[in-house]
Unconditional design. Structure first.
Length: 277
């Protein structure tokens, strides 16, 4: 089930929240091509895969990794702009990017792929994954260290200020939940990426096409990621309710849970694993 916005003034828009990785880019290409045949063309990959209604058509998509995008976020630097211009000259139109992942499209079935050197493609994925892994690891360390600091502060107030002790303990619980959740996702990403690297190296040595994780694997990983995120939110909500109940703020806690429930439901309703194709 997807989120579809339908008004008389604006075109229909469909959003899907796939949790795709660098190793899933070919699967994303296939998915976008299938969506085009169903009458949905990709317009953005920023916070979700966003499609706009169109006449059913056969399109070719190319999802590439550009390590030269660096740490510029979604901004397109001069090097990437030059790359986009070269792709345009070759017949590939730029669609959207998310960090260093760039999407191109063409309706010509005969023009060559954007990247023809498989060794270059594998190396680009390795470089970008190495950079993002450092950032993800630092986030996990940050949450765990901050949680530990809050736990130590809470213990210092245990006897002198029970209210402060409970509040800081709740904060520590939330931070530990986020840290463990991010750590779980990081471990899954590392394992799947290293396995893919072994397959890719073997394929390159044998002169075979680069392997990739298919749509079914990407869908299962999406389910796991959303489950982890749900558990993180559940712990956070539980910690807030604990503090509110202790301090007699039951109504505030109920309202907080209600708002969080609406937000989580809206996100899950748009999640890719609830889609019935």
């Amino acid at each position: 089930m997807d989120t579809v916005n339908d008004t008389s003034q604006k075109p229909k828009v469909r959003r899907q929240y796939y949790m795709y990785e660098y190793t899933d880019l070919t699967a994303v290409e296939e998915h976008c091509e299938d969506m085009a045949l169903k009458g949905w063309k990709l317009t953005s990959i920023r916070n979700s895969l966003e499609f706009e209604a169109c006449d059913p058509c056969a399109l070719r998509y190319s999802v590439e990794v550009l390590p030269e995008a660096g740490k510029s976020g979604n901004e397109i630097n001069e090097s990437c702009r030059a790359y986009i211009d070269l792709c345009a000259e070759a017949g590939w139109t730029f669609v959207s990017n998310r960090g260093d992942i760039y999407v191109f499209v063409t309706s010509d079935p005969d023009i060559p792929p954007v990247v023809t050197d498989t060794h270059e493609k594998v190396e680009a994925i390795r470089r970008s994954k190495h950079r993002t892994r450092r950032f993800e690891t630092s986030m996990c360390v940050y949450f765990m260290l901050t949680a530990t600091v809050q736990l130590i502060r809470a213990l210092s107030f245990r006897a002198s200020n029970p209210g402060q002790y409970t509040a800081l303990l709740a904060v520590a619980a939330m931070l530990y939940a986020f840290g463990l959740g991010f750590l779980t996702i990081l471990i899954i990403r590392i394992v799947t990426h290293r396995r893919w690297c072994r397959w890719a190296d073997a394929a390159l040595d044998a002169g075979e096409p680069i392997p990739y994780y298919g749509k079914s694997v990407m869908r299962r990983r999406t389910i796991i990621y959303w489950t982890v995120i749900g558990l993180m939110l559940a712990v956070a909500i539980g910690a807030i309710m604990w503090v509110c109940a202790r301090d007699g703020m039951i109504l505030g806690g109920v309202l907080f849970v209600a708002v969080m429930g609406v937000l989580v439901f809206a996100m899950l309703r748009s999640a890719a694993f609830l889609e019935h194709e």
